[in-house]
Design a protein around this ligand. Sequence first.
Ligand SMILES: Cc1ncc(COP(=O)(O)O)c(C=O)c1O
Length: 399
Amino acid sequence: MVSTTPAYRITDLFAERAKNLAPPTYGTELSKIVTVSFAYGLADPILFPHTDLAAASAVVLAEEAPIALNYGPPSAQLYEQIILRLQAKGIAADRDRLIIGYGSGQILGLLPDVFVEPGDVVIVEGPTFLGVVTRFVHAGARIITIPVDELGMDVDALEVTLNDLKKQGIRPRFIYTIPTFHNPTGATMPLFRRQKLVALAAEYGVLIVEDDAYSDLRFRGETMPSLATLDQEGWVLYVSTFSKIIAPGIRLGWACGDATIIERLAMFKSEGTVGPFVSHVVARYCATGKLDNHIQELIACYKHKCNLLLEAIAQEFPSDVVALRPDGGFFVWCKLPPDISAKALLMAASEHGISFLPGTRCYANGQGDDAIRLAFSFQPTQKIVEGIATLGSVLRGLR
Ligand SMILES: Cc1ncc(COP(=O)(O)O)c(C=O)c1O
């Protein structure tokens, strides 16, 4: 008879950090098929610039195939195009200060390789984009959460924390923040908070990682300077992506900051994680000058969807559900009344084919059962209206 308990188990070979991981459960607990998902910040596929990307691909295949289809680094023209975009935002960018990755997620995920020993402190927002923060957790970082309100990170609370840590002789490795059209709350940090945040970073000698995935998608209000433009001393690593303004499937993002950080990140980034071909195609597309017009089309569409979602919420949700109104981005964050749990709401909504992100999926410290994130980016307008009507009746039914 074959032994069912082999002398050697494959799992004994796992590193400690891999042994202790729980398999992802999100979604599997939902019994019904989802017909309207507000869960993920997927781009609207109708808006992908298919024709222009096809034209750029044809040019690359005709003129650059020997380089674009071989092993190699990302296209030199893509660096130039990204540098131009950064400079247009007032960010000091040049080739030595820029790294291109397989989406901004890859670069953010490399940060622990450069900065974090197990037990080192990393400061994040609560709520935050857990997709990235999970990577910090896996590296053994001790995560400290600073609350976010409708004006973004509470920088006064951050100051108290930095001061407390300093008294204990602890210097955090970095502060991860999404100051513009925050994921998940949609909040945008006003200038006075940005200035204070940058000043605190310099005072306490802590790196700020500014995740700016959404700022091009502003549909109302005044443009805010990025933290990188306010920083005079090199304490900001600015990170962004083409995912929200061209297409996530091209997997191209970048970081811009101190050249010594960029150099270290590059040492940990495996070769081949940016496809030369796609980098050439995107460089060609950007060189046509069509991207800025395309962004205007995206803004018009996402603005419409966001307004529709907010109107539907106002009509369909109980009046004590408080929705934050974003000035851009992909998400509306709703605070639930004390008697409604986000997780219970998700279970009930799934019975009606509706899904969303419960707030618990947005905190590194277990909070969040009092809020939900609704992504309006992906669903067609009719489904937004129908989905919110159904979710409204589920909410009322829970009472
Ligand atoms: C705030 C934020 N940062 C980073 C990312 C990752 O983007 P990318 O597709 O460039 O990896 C996302 C994706 O949803 C995001 O919402």
